[in-house]
Design a protein around this ligand. Structure first.
Ligand code: MTE
Ligand code: CO
Length: 419
């Protein structure tokens, strides 16, 4: 896909992207080369392979060109304040590979020299502290798998089906294993003064993005993380250290973390007043809506991963909840009239993605494919109609309505809505 193409219409553009991908054979099978097929001996067996050491940092197979982050050029004014999307349709399991985690920056990717990195902790504390990266690494650490979802994920879909691909409708989510220091440890070292109720986290990027977080959450499960999936954080994800705020909207997971200040009231920063608040139908706005409610999406089939033939078909997707574990995921083939429980496979962790499957024998009939997440608190992911009844259509953030994919007889898939 060319990210510089000028779309005629939003729908037309993304339909065009899917079509071009299919024409290039990106998501389909390559044309068979008969001389590589049994009983012949294939090319790759007739010659020595590349030696070790030529790829100091490994890359995916050159045939896996579809599994890349993508942008939507018209979505934002500049690439420095923009978003790229996780290719959910091209992944399986629950862990997002580091190079495919969606990115959201308000002031570009800061390039922080770890030798010059400092984290300040001050405000209502007994002893203000400054930590180097080595200081952080010397402290006891934990490993935790969490999802991170941008509050604006699915934000384009409030007024109707818009973007044709799970990557675009739901790709502002990733799930990785973080290694870092519990924030509680740092706060204990500084000594929290009586009266402290809030923590302000500030980034060291050009946006100096900051958010207010209740002290109770900071003392509960927040982490100052410096590793993701074993290796050091990627620059895009806040190298060398970011705040991990499990289950809460991605915006509070401050990257390139440079400062934590304790206070007795929230700071009412830009990102919690003019942005990241939810405009309700009566004109008032909900604020500090931190928790990401349960949500799910079928990642395959989906517009970028169409069905290639009738018969045995694996339907697959992701579900997550900011309130705890996912208890169940239901799948519907008929737009929500009938539901059946999907099979969850692999780890089911607190505030992490789960992978679900529903196998079916597809006879080529049209399907209205949906998934619905239920978390351990009993919360059920709402339909878009139910969600709009309460929230209206003025919101950008926190759209966790049930997604519908129309699977057509030729296997192509389209983003639609059912009422
Ligand atoms: N932290 C800083 N310093 N600057 C930013 O622009 N973007 C926030 C958050 N933390 C941002 C930031 C937003 S809106 C989201 S959704 C997440 O980072 C995205 O994290 P990711 O880029 O690792 O996916
Ligand atoms: Co965000």
């Amino acid at each position: 896909m060319s990210d510089t193409e000028k779309p005629a219409t939003r729908r037309g553009f993304l339909a065009g992207v899917a079509g071009a991908a299919a024409a290039a054979g990106i998501s389909g099978a390559h044309a068979d080369n008969a001389k590589n097929l049994p009983p012949n001996v294939a090319d790759w067996t007739r010659q020595l392979g590349e030696g070790v050491g030529t790829r100091p940092y490994g890359q995916p197979s050159k045939f896996e060109k579809d599994a890349v982050r993508r942008t939507v050029p018209w979505l934002t004014a500049t690439p420095e304040s923009s978003v790229s999307f996780t290719p959910l349709h091209a992944l399986d399991g629950i862990i997002t590979p580091n190079g495919l985690c969606f990115e959201r920056h308000h002031g570009g990717i800061a390039e922080v020299d770890p030798a010059d990195y400092r984290l300040m902790l001050h405000g209502l504390v007994d002893k203000p502290l400054i930590f180097t990266l080595d200081d952080l690494k010397r402290l006891p650490r934990v490993n935790k798998i969490y999802f991170l979802e941008c509050a604006a994920n699915s934000g384009m879909e409030w007024r109707g089906a818009q973007l044709n691909g799970a990557q675009y409708t739901h790709g502002m989510v990733h799930c990785v294993q973080y290694t870092g220091v519990p924030l509680k440890l740092l706060l204990e070292q500084a000594g929290v003064k009586p009266g402290a109720k809030w923590v302000m986290a500030e980034g060291g990027d050009a946006a100096a993005m900051n958010r207010s977080i209740p002290l109770a959450k900071a003392l509960d499960d927040c982490i100052v993380a410096y590793r993701m999936n074993g290796e050091m954080l990627r620059p895009e994800q806040g190298y060398p250290a970011r705040l991990v705020v499990p289950g809460w909207e991605g915006n509070v997971w401050v990257k390139w973390l440079r400062r934590l200040k304790l206070g007795d009231a929230p700071w009412f920063a830009r990102e919690e007043t003019s942005k990241y608040t939810d405009l309700m139908p009566d004109g008032r706005a909900r604020r500090f809506t931190y928790v990401m409610d349960a949500k799910s999406v079928v990642t395959s089939p989906s517009p970028q991963a169409p069905l290639r033939g009738k018969g045995f078909t694996v339907i697959s997707g992701l579900a997550w909840s900011g309130r705890g574990k996912i208890a169940r995921v239901d799948v519907s083939l008929d737009g929500g009239r009938n539901w059946r429980a999907a099979r969850i496979d692999g780890l089911v962790l607190d505030k992490a993605c789960v992978r679900f499957y529903a196998e079916t024998d597809w006879n080529g009939e049209e399907l209205l494919l949906q998934s619905r997440a239920i978390d351990e608190t009993g919360y059920v992911q709402p339909s878009k109609t139910e969600l709009r009844k309460i929230r209206g259509v003025n919101s950008v953030y926190h759209n966790n309505g049930i997604q519908t994919w129309l699977v057509k007889p030729d296997g192509e898939v389209e983003n639609v809505e059912v009422s």
